[in-house]
Each structure stands twice: as C-alpha cells, then as structure tokens.
Design a protein around this ligand. Structure first.
Ligand code: ADP
Length: 494
C-alpha cells in the first residue's frame, strides 16, 4: 500500500510520464509553453506536470499518423496482430504499475484498477486475434460477365477522445480495433487522467508500433483539439466516449467533413427487480451495477425499479449491503469505494439527493459528504423515489441508488423506456416468458438479465437513442474502423 501523500512507488518508474507523445517523440514542452498538473483526487497531491498542447501539436500528430498509416495498412493482419499481442503481454506484465498509476490519478480502489487494466488488455488481445479476420465478401454477379467483390479497408487516421472514469480501458477499446484493421490513432485522453494513457503509449512503443502511428495529446484545451480533429481533412474517423452534450458538439463539428463517428455517450440505466427475482442475487447485481467505480460509469444502474411485493425486502437487503462499503483512499486494501472525481461530481450528487428529498424521497442510508472530507461521499440509498424527480431523468454519476416502486410489467417497461438514453439496462426475473417480453421491450443497446455486470471484450458494447452509435468489442467492433468497397469486375467470358 502507498500511504496517502507518499510519492507513487512503481517497479518500473519509467511508466509515470511527464510528457506528451507526438509523432513518435516524447514532448516535454508545449508550443505555447503552458503546462497543467495531474492531481490525485484522494489526496490532492500533484502526480505530474504535463505540456498543455494545442492545435499545432495536434496537426503534427495527424500528419505523422497519416504517413505512418500507409505502411501499417500494407502489413498483413497477422503482422499487426503480433504487435498488438506484444502490447497485451506488456500490459499484463506491468499490471501492478499500471493499476497504481490509474488509482493515483483517478481514485478507484487498486483491485478495481487492476481489473480495469486487465479489461483494457482483453480488448488488445481480442483485436490482436481479430486482425487476421477482416474478411470481405463475394456476391454472385447481376449479369453473366460480372463478378462482385466487397473489400473491407481501414478508414485511415482515427482521432480519439476519452473520459476520466476508465482512463485505460476506454482508450484501449478504441485503439485496439483501429490498429488491428490498419488505421493510425491520435488520442486525447481526459485532462484529469492522462497518465494511464501515456503509460500505454510507452508500452505501445516498446511493443513495436511504428513511429507516428499512435500519438497522444496532453491538453486542457479540449474544445480546440476537438475542432482540429473535426476540421483536419487527414482525419477520417472520430471515436468519442463521454457526455451526450459533448458528443453532440462533436457530431455537429464532424458534419462539415462528413466524418465517420462512433459515439459512446451517457446512459440512464434502469435496473428492474420483479417479484419473482432471487433477491440476494438482485442485491449483489445492484451493488456491482450501482456502486462499481463509485457509481461513475455510463452503464451504472441509475434508476432501480422494484416491484411492490418485494420493495421493502429489497430495500432492507440493499441498505445492509451498502453499510458494508468502505470508503477511502484507493491504495488502502480495505477500501472498496474511492472519492468522486471532483467537486462538480459531488455537487451533482448533492443536487439529486436534495431534489428527491424535497419532493418526498427518504434517505435510507448515506446522503451526505463523507466525514473524510474532500470529494468522498457516503454511499446512499433513497426510497420513495418518483418519476418527476431529477434523478429519474438525469445521470447521477455517483453512489446514489434511488428506489422506485412499480406494480405491473407494462408499467415498468413504460417507465424504463421514458428517457432519451438507451445504453445499458438490467432486470432480475425468473418467469421465462416475462424475461423474453421485457428483453424485447427494453429500448437499450445492452440488456443484463439476472446479472449486474455486462462488459466484456467478446460482446458488442454500445447504445441506441442519445446514448450513441457504434459498437466496441466482439467481431462487430472492427466495423467502426472499416470502410466497405464494392468492386464490380466485368468482361468475364462465359
Ligand atoms: P465527462 O463528464 O465524462 O468528463 P465530457 O464529455 O465532459 O464527459 O468529457 C469527455 C472527454 O471529452 C474528455 O476527454 C474531455 O476533455 C473532452 N471534451 C470536453 N469538452 C470537449 C469539446 N468541446 N470538444 C472536444 N472534447 C471535449
């Protein structure tokens, strides 16, 4: 355990990097000479001071990516896969250090951070394997002398923007399929958590990624960088994970170039418990789905609908489980909930609780900032929550479980779908016909039935409605980085 405020102790200290990575060079000084600090949200300690880059550096990174992509695309899938496989091996070999960097910059408990590194690595492994399977198609011709072929080709330079809640995995899920199919990659991680991404860039370099193929922009000027990504004609694809509001800005900006986009945006996940559910399993699922990463994931249960026959029993069991959560510094072995990322996150949680209680909801446990101070917050359960409260329509992104009571299946389906979002959804039930009906009726990209944990590299992760477009993971995950070309070969003698 690294005690609070002690310098970060790593086996391989070179993984803690104080530079951006542009066109294959580690850059310590930005063109503007500006810098910014990366802080540990548990302690406020400065972890690194980084160059604050702007459009000049982004242009240089895009130019290098444009050049490097040509040769990379000429390699066989097996050759590209081999480099990615080496990157996977390096991530696994350095998991302890990568997890420590992640916990330090983001705050999540070390065990969860290790889980994230291995989860991110699993995408690198998966797409290293998929690199060999970018198959096209042959379609019977429409005239006797014609043959029709469909080729799949890399889109080219990919720009990536990722958030702070999974600083390793969100980028890995994009980087791996892009490189596997022959694209190059220019990434902008969150200004709050760039260190995990930088460590990955170093491992990528060591794995043998060609110079310039992968650049990493360290910056607080997100809007400027986003504009360059969208305006630069050498960029052919923008992949984004973050809020729906920023996703919409980027979609508007990318319209000028008719750029291909993948958008992994906000959620407002319903978590439904029917009368016939196994309550202990439902509570276990709710704990994972709601409180993992301290409620700071886009697939976190945001609204818990519990059928009236089991409402009180479920609430009681959930409160008992929440009581056992130990809030504190992620480096402490006993801790399973870290701080919230910043003051803004705390304000949103407080606002949702105040709004709900002012309209009649009751605090069953928690409800206040944690006595540790800073951005620590008590894991909270609210009962008596109704649909006109803010928490019903906005993503809380914090450790608050609001319990709504419902009577009938049709009623809960209507309430669950009454949102502009459509990312993850969950329900617990045992009647098979009901399971099928509810699965089909939920307007979401992902449905967890009798489970609170649905993320895996072997499945297509993604949302519908205002939760975005595109899929990450599985055999479908390469499609977002490929163009389809149809070739009509004529003049074939019969
Ligand atoms: P979150 O609430 O998860 O921080 P954001 O959408 O604000 O979600 O941030 C996700 C990522 O988008 C971060 O890397 C952030 O720096 C970046 N970002 C924020 N605003 C813009 C913008 N106008 N253009 C491009 N990127 C942005």
């Amino acid at each position: 355990m690294t005690p609070s405020n002690a310098p970060l102790q790593l086996e391989n200290s070179t993984l803690l990097i104080d530079a951006g990575y542009v066109a294959g060079e580690w850059v310590r000084k930005s063109q503007s000479n500006k810098t910014f600090e990366v802080l540990n949200p548990s302690t406020g300690t400065v972890l690194a001071t980084l160059p604050d880059m702007g459009r000049g550096e982004v242009k240089a990174a895009i130019d290098a990516a444009h050049t490097a992509q040509k040769d990379w695309a000429k390699k066989t899938g097996k050759e590209r896969g081999a480099v990615l496989r080496t990157l996977y091996d390096l991530m696994v070999a350095n998991v302890d250090d990568l997890a420590a960097i992640l916990t330090a910059e983001m705050g999540k408990p070390l065990a969860e951070a290790k889980g994230e590194i291995l989860y991110g690595a699993s995408y690198v492994e998966w797409f290293a394997e998929e690199a060999k399977r970018i198959s096209g198609d042959i379609i019977p011709g429409h005239q006797p002398d014609k043959r029709i072929m469909v080729l799949k080709q890399p889109v080219g330079v990919v720009a990536s923007i990722t958030p702070w809640n999974f600083p390793n995995a969100m980028m890995a899920r994009k980087l791996a399929p892009a490189l596997a199919v022959g694209c190059s990659f220019v990434a902008k991680p969150s200004e709050l958590t760039p260190l995990s991404a930088l460590a990955m860039a170093l491992l990528g370099e060591q794995a043998g990624l060609p110079k310039g193929l992968f650049s990493l922009i360290t910056t607080t000027a997100s809007a400027d960088v986003g504009k360059e990504f969208c305006a630069n004609p050498k960029v052919r694809k923008l992949t984004f994970t973050g809020s729906t509001s920023v996703g919409k800005i980027l979609m508007r900006q990318s319209a000028d170039q008719v750029m291909k986009t993948s958008m992994e945006l906000g959620g407002n996940a319903p978590f439904i418990v029917f009368n016939d559910a196994d309550l202990d399993e439902a509570v276990e699922g709710a704990m994972i789905s709601k409180y993992r990463n301290n409620g700071q994931t886009c697939v976190c249960a945001n609204r818990l609908y519990v059928q009236s026959g089991v409402y009180d029993a479920f609430a009681e069991k959930l409160v008992a489980a929440v009581k056992a959560i130990n809030v504190g510094d992620g480096f402490d072995d006993e801790v399973n909930a870290g701080p919230l990322i910043n003051e803004g996150a705390v304000a949103k949680v407080k606002e949702h609780i105040a709004d709900a209680t002012s309209q009649g909801a009751k605090v069953a446990i928690g409800g206040r900032p944690h006595k540790r101070g800073g951005t620590f917050f008590e894991p909270t359960v609210l009962t008596g929550v109704t649909r006109d409260m803010k928490i019903a329509s906005e993503e809380t992104f914090g450790p608050v479980a609001p319990l709504f009571k419902f009577e009938t299946v049709d009623d809960v389906i209507e309430q669950a779908n009454d949102t502009e979002f459509g990312l993850a959804s969950y329900f617990y039930a045992n009647d098979l016909s009901q399971v099928w009906k509810v699965t089909e009726a939920l307007e979401y990209g992902m449905v967890g039935v009798n489970t609170g944990l649905i993320s895996t590299e072997v499945a297509p992760f993604g949302g519908i409605k205002q939760s975005g477009q595109g899929r990450e993971g599985s055999k479908f995950g390469v499609e977002d980085y490929l163009e389809m070309k149809y070739v009509c070969l004529g003049g074939i003698p019969s």
